[in-house]
Write a protein that binds this ligand. Structure first.
Ligand code: B12
Length: 163
């Protein structure tokens, strides 16, 4: 059974590009990644979701292949700071990925929110932004997405139908 959401019966839409969503090496949680995929797809991107427990080498290889408009790293097990530091070093070591936007978010420390110094160190290490968990995380993330060059690509107007 299918549910019609748009009135043009089309399942193919223009895309703003590809976003890679990934967990970090130590993290087995998956619903955070599913949530991010659905949210980013709604903003008009194709999403390559690499799933949980992704080694840095695999992330780098996938990003080199897909040349994404954005890489979104998510971690909620409390070790995101350490994993993120290792991962961004590997990503920025690839000549093809030096300028690719990469963000990290979730529950990044074991003692609640990271202190400002730790978040700043993630940015100094190469992340473009850090989105710590909390009610205020998603709006700044939307603002970041809206400021990406790829967000300027217009999508065809579609009329939603009642379901
Ligand atoms: C389900 C669950 C598990 C399941 C995961 C199953 C699966 N297939 O995913 C299992 C049982 C495997 C598990 C294991 C563990 N878990 Co667990 N788990 C949870 C639980 C109950 C729900 C997580 C969930 O699915 N949430 C739903 C998703 C949609 O929401 P979310 O994960 O919170 O993500 C949101 C935000 O963080 C944010 N976000 C996340 N990433 C990003 C990235 C960006 C860029 C942005 C903008 C936003 C963003 O957006 C999401 C939607 O709002 C949470 C507690 C809780 N109530 O949150 C603990 C929790 C995440 N687990 C925790 C822990 C400690 C563990 C274990 C270490 C336990 C253990 N001792 O073995 C292991 C870790 C295993 C590992 N190697 O990673 C802790 C982490 C604490 C911390 N960060 O300091 C939590 C918070 C429980 C707690 N309060 O202590 N867990």
């Amino acid at each position: 059974m299918s549910i019609q959401i748009f009135d043009d019966n089309s399942t193919v839409t223009a895309s703003r590009g590809t976003v890679v969503v990934s967990g970090v090496a130590s993290d087995a949680h998956t619903w955070n990644l599913v949530f991010l995929q659905l949210m980013i797809e709604e903003l008009g991107y194709d999403v390559v979701n690499l799933g949980p427990c992704v080694p840095a080498e695999l992330l780098v290889a996938e990003c080199e292949q897909h040349q994404p408009a954005l890489v979104v790293i998510s971690s909620v097990n409390g070790h995101g700071y350490q994993d993120g530091m290792r991962l961004i070093d590997a990503v920025r070591s690839s000549p093809e990925l030096v300028a690719t936007p990469v963000v990290i978010g979730g529950k990044l420390g074991v003692a609640g929110e990271l202190d400002e110094g730790s978040a700043a160190r993630l940015v100094s290490a190469g992340f473009d932004a850090v989105f710590e968990d909390g009610a205020k995380t998603i709006v700044p993330f939307y603002d970041f997405m809206a400021a990406l060059p790829s967000a300027a690509t217009p999508l065809p107007a579609r009329t939603r139908v009642a379901v």
